[in-house]
Design a protein around this ligand. Structure first.
Ligand SMILES: CCCCCCCCCCCCCC(=O)SCCNC(=O)CCNC(=O)[C@H](O)C(C)(C)COP(=O)(O)OP(=O)(O)OC[C@H]1O[C@@H](n2cnc3c(N)ncnc32)[C@H](O)[C@@H]1OP(=O)(O)O
Ligand SMILES: CNCCCN(C)c1ncc(F)c(N2CC(C(=O)NCc3cnc4ccccn34)C2)n1
Length: 404
């Protein structure tokens, strides 16, 4: 048995000359090769509309393309259900993201969105949705240069149709439709390593409901520590230190100025071009997005803000708990207090809203507060990618972009 397993391992390893360890699909795409050394920044290929295929990519006969309309609750529910059953899981298949329908509508319909970029694959016979990929418009500054891009997200193929090369077809189709709109760059993140990460970021977690996190296997009780002392260690105050309150429409112009100023110092960051953009992304929506601001009494301008989004996970096969309630840090700006005090108040807000855990990437200056606020490093890396744009690899702290 053991020797058979070793033979299997050898075959699968890169030692066996037979199987090229290349990327059949990604090596055909305008992205840097895994071991490229990049020195300057710019597009990798320059195509024009004439080069773009006019008709949709060919699907196997049993399948058809479909555009999903998020304004139709039944179609939004179809996207939700596909992801609920088939989207990202951790390596041990203990958790699977459970993006809600309201969250998906928010994520997919920012100002300037196009329904044609909400692309599904259906089974002709049963009309069952078995594949999805989405793009939304975004202006991303790369080393100070604003580039019109799309953000690609929610790529998903039904578990029963995995490893049949359907993902490259979905990716090529969304690329085609975006190119037809004269957009040639994209930004995306993934938990997997592909050619070629522009940054590799780490997740850090701050326990809020320590006991539940241990019960579901999200975190482990350190040896020789009692649950009681562990709970005490992670206790969070009930009141904030600062007078922060939900963002209002009147706050938007000054908040947009504060955000754009703050984000301009990062090597990769979004540009929130209009007040509508900022209101879309930061208006507090129950169970979707929370944004609290501190406003200067005299000038009435926003001086500090924290925000986090709601992304629960299904707990796969746990007798006592079905859902992990996680808050994911979004954009935070501190000018009249330390980032540590600001995020400390975000933890108070998250506790009040009954979250189990508060998650953060080591982007922005986030690593400055992990120790003081008792964050623990996670086991999930998040790779950042740019499509058709090469630029030298960035440190996590040079990234000022958070995708959903
Ligand atoms: C200008 C506009 C451009 C727009 C497009 C920009 C690019 C956008 C790119 C997409 C950004 C997505 C952002 C997010 O949503 S990241 C979240 C991705 N979704 C999940 O992880 C959900 C659960 N998993 C699945 O649904 C499937 O496993 C997926 C659909 C991920 C792959 O399906 P499957 O497992 O059945 O495999 P296959 O046989 O069809 O295809 C195998 C090929 O696919 C490459 N692969 C595997 N995983 C990913 C991945 N996460 N990004 C890009 N490529 C990926 C893989 O390296 C291989 O290529 P190569 O190694 O042979 O070359
Ligand atoms: C394209 N959009 C990228 C963002 C999607 N996001 C949020 C994501 N992408 C990959 C990850 F690695 C990840 N992690 C958050 C950390 C975490 O919480 N790990 C335990 C856990 C709880 N629930 C789940 C569900 C799936 C995977 C890990 N899970 C690791 N987050």
């Amino acid at each position: 048995e053991e020797s058979k397993r070793l033979v299997e391992l050898f075959k699968a390893s890169s030692l066996s000359s037979k199987k090229p360890r290349g990327h059949e699909f990604w090596d055909t795409q305008p992205v840097p090769k895994i071991d490229d050394k990049i020195v300057e920044s710019g597009p990798i290929e320059n195509k024009t509309l004439e080069d773009v295929r006019k008709e949709p990519l060919t699907l196997p006969p049993a399948f058809e393309w479909i555009e999903l309309d998020c304004n139709k609750s039944d179609e939004l529910k179809e996207i939700y259900t596909l992801l609920y059953e088939n989207y990202v899981e951790d390596d041990d298949n203990m958790f699977r993201f459970d993006y809600s329908p309201e969250f998906l509508k928010w994520a997919l319909q920012p100002p300037g969105f196009l329904k044609e970029w909400h692309i599904g694959v259906r089974v002709v016979e049963s009309k069952k949705l078995v594949g999805f990929i989405s793009g939304i418009p975004a202006t991303i500054r790369v080393e100070g240069k604003p580039i019109t891009m799309v953000e690609i997200n929610f790529l998903c193929v039904h578990k029963k149709l995995r490893e049949k090369r359907l993902a490259p077809v979905l990716i090529k189709e969304v690329t085609r439709r975006v190119n037809l709109r004269n957009i040639w760059q994209a930004a995306y993140t993934a938990g997997v390593v592909l050619p070629k990460p522009v940054a590799i970021c780490k997740y850090w977690h701050r326990s809020i409901k320590q006991q539940k996190l241990v019960e579901v296997g999200f975190s482990a009780l350190p040896p020789k520590m009692s649950m009681a002392s562990m709970v005490k260690l992670y206790r969070i105050n009930d009141e904030m230190k600062h007078p922060l309150r939900p963002l209002t429409k009147e706050d938007v112009p000054s908040f947009r100025a504060l955000l754009d100023e703050y984000l301009s110092k990062y090597k990769i960051a979004p540009e929130f071009a209009t007040d509508e953009d900022v209101w879309h992304w930061f208006e507090t929506r129950k169970d979707v997005i929370t944004c609290y601001v501190k406003v200067d009494e005299t000038t009435k301008k926003v001086t500090d803000a924290f925000s986090f989004y709601n992304l629960p996970s299904t707990i796969i096969g746990n007798a006592k708990h079905n859902t992990l309630k996680a808050a994911f840090s979004f954009y935070n700006v501190a000018t009249t207090m330390s980032l540590t005090e600001l995020v400390g108040d975000a933890l108070v807000a998250a506790k009040k809203m009954d979250y189990d855990v508060y998650n953060c990437l080591d982007v922005f200056e986030n690593s400055t507060f992990f120790k003081d606020l008792k964050f623990a490093i996670g086991d999930g890396d998040l790779q950042y990618y740019l499509y058709n744009y090469s630029t030298p690899t960035k440190k996590s702290s040079e990234i000022g972009l958070v995708l959903l």
